[in-house]
Design a protein around this ligand. Structure first.
Ligand code: PGA
Length: 257
């Protein structure tokens, strides 16, 4: 499976900063082996698309979508609109959406389905808080978040699709590791990724589950990326803070080959 290195810029880099980023972003990776995805703010998608040009292998995504294709939803953006603006992926259920904005499992499921309908590959983010982990609830939380999405759309979200792209990506992002400088150990990541892979296999079958990339996210930096990528069942990385600087993100990309 191709490794995936993704950068989630969160609420950073408007259109001018986005142009400046791509003017300096020169990753040395073999695009046959590594897929690079950047998630700028939706407002910067067009600038990113233009700055990359037609030949770039770097793909683009958005950080959130609404589940309706259009309507009276002030401030929201539909999956269809993001495709029109050049997005191929959408983060869904990022922990900041869940914990800062109160997004529920049910809303996350609607967004994953909406992405699939629009031809956008959803990157479903799951992860436990520190309290949940210390209470021994890692498995229960991950399975609840996965089942909320996988159960209602067995078959569709996980069908092979979209111009050769996987139709679903997973990201394991322990909430306690996001933006804290505290990274999960490669063993922590491997354990959670195995749980996720097993659940995917029970829903879509082992063969298809093996083809769904599972990314690790949470305080990934150039100096820990290699060890995390070497952990079993870690197919890629979702990088927040360290993706904002083109050199640091290119160094992380280089660790993937
Ligand atoms: P971080 O964020 O790398 O800054 O911890 C990761 C994420 O939230 O996707």
């Amino acid at each position: 499976m191709r490794r995936v290195i993704a950068g989630n810029w969160k609420m950073h880099h408007g259109p001018s900063d986005t142009r400046a980023f791509f003017a300096r972003f020169h990753p040395e990776v073999d695009s046959e082996r590594v897929s690079l995805i950047v998630f700028p703010p939706a407002l910067s998608l067009s600038a990113a698309r233009e700055a990359l040009g037609a030949d770039s292998s770097v793909e683009l995504g958005v950080q959130d979508i609404h589940w309706e294709p259009a309507g009276a939803y002030t401030g929201e953006i539909s999956a269809e609109m993001t495709v029109d603006a050049g997005a191929a992926y959408a983060l869904v259920g990022h922990s900041e959406r869940r914990h800062v904005f109160g997004e529920t499992d049910a809303e996350t499921a609607l967004k994953v389905a909406a992405a699939g309908r629009a031809g956008l590959t959803p990157v479903l983010c799951v992860g436990e808080t520190l309290a949940e982990r210390t209470q021994g609830r890692l498995e229960a939380v991950l399975l609840r978040q996965l089942d909320a999405v996988l159960a209602p759309q067995e078959g569709s979200a996980t069908a092979p699709s979209h111009d050769g792209r996987a139709s679903l990506l997973l990201a394991y992002e322990p909430v306690w590791a996001i933006g804290t400088g505290r990274t999960a150990t490669p063993e922590d990541a491997a354990q959670a990724h195995q749980l996720i892979r097993d659940r995917l296999a029970s829903v879509v079958g082992g063969e298809r589950a093996e083809k769904i990339p599972i990314l690790y996210g949470g305080s990934v930096k150039p100096d820990n990326a290699g060890d995390l990528l070497a952990a079993s069942d870690v197919d890629g990385l979702l990088v927040g803070g360290a993706s904002l600087d083109p050199d640091s993100f290119a160094r992380i990309a280089a660790t993937a080959g």
